[in-house]
Design a protein around this ligand. Structure first.
Ligand SMILES: O=C(O)CCC(=O)C(=O)O
Length: 272
């Protein structure tokens, strides 16, 4: 399903991500994998309507809460090359913040350039967010390939709106990763075909996820997921953050334990 980049390639990507604020890992997901994931995402998109404002896009479809809806993305979330690059910026405790699709249809206009971590009211700050965009169709300048301003993650203030943003062009199966401080935005689609991307947006393990993964996912589902996926979805303790009634959050996934916690009863059960 995946290409396995060697150590030299990964080191090169890591250096580029830190220096330029973004990197493209070409064709990480193979053609068969792209087909499978795209089919699963298209099934989710069939009943969806376009956005209702200029930022989300009057000609763009988005679906959120993807890990409640499909298991097709679990291998992408766990991909070792992706995780190595994300962790090179956010540390070993990086967790998923938001999972969403971005299908830019013909006649979409360019999205305003923005930073993904602009909502943190603390500046300056170290990198707190790394976003990743899996291209499930080819990304081109013409079809709305993500526009980025290389190096702008180091710039203290806003970019000039007329700043030279460049379009990310990458064949399907490739992944774009960027530091949450990099100025970027979706491009205009001047072709007759949609551009399809899946964004897995990560944040530090000790800050609040943008998409509330504890209320978004059924505890019965979380219980069934592999340990690594549970942790990546935020069901973990990081720097003393995230415990429930003094214990690991996965204890509270067990219905009887959760019932006792919610009833305010003594925990009375052994630690995990
Ligand atoms: O679709 C894209 O290429 C990027 C979209 C984006 O940055 C956003 O919606 O916040």
């Amino acid at each position: 399903m995946f290409r396995t980049p060697d150590a030299a390639e990964l080191a090169c990507h890591e250096e580029h991500l830190a220096r330029e604020g973004y990197v493209i890992v070409p064709e990480l997901l193979d053609a068969a994998g792209c087909g499978t994931v795209l089919a699963a995402m298209q099934a989710l998109h069939a009943p969806e309507t376009f956005g209702d404002n200029d930022f989300t896009g009057f000609r763009t479809k988005r679906v959120f809460n993807l890990f409640a809806r499909t298991r097709a993305l679990d291998p992408l979330l766990r991909n070792p090359a992706l995780l190595r690059l994300v962790r090179s910026i956010l540390g070993p405790e990086a967790q998923l913040s938001i999972a969403s699709t971005m299908e830019i249809h013909p006649d979409e206009t360019p999205q305003a350039l923005h930073r993904d971590d602009a909502y943190f009211p603390v500046n300056p700050h170290p990198p707190l967010v790394v976003n990743t965009m899996w291209a499930l169709s080819d990304f081109t300048d013409a079809n709305g390939g993500t526009r980025i301003v290389p190096g702008s993650h180091r710039q203290p203030g806003p970019v000039d709106p007329a700043a030279a943003s460049i379009a990310v062009e990458m064949p399907r199966g490739s992944v774009l990763l960027w530091d949450g401080q990099l100025w970027h935005g979706g491009g205009a689609n001047r072709t007759g075909e949609p551009r399809f991307g899946v964004s897995l947006n990560f944040c530090r393990g000790w800050i609040r996820q943008q998409e509330n993964q504890y209320l978004s996912l059924d505890p019965a589902l979380v219980r069934m997921l592999p340990d690594e996926v549970q942790k990546l979805l935020g069901y973990d303790i990081c720097q003393f953050v995230g415990w429930v009634d003094g214990r690991h959050p996965m204890r509270a996934i067990v219905p009887e334990v959760r019932a006792r916690i919610h009833a305010g009863l003594h925990r009375g059960t052994p630690a995990r």
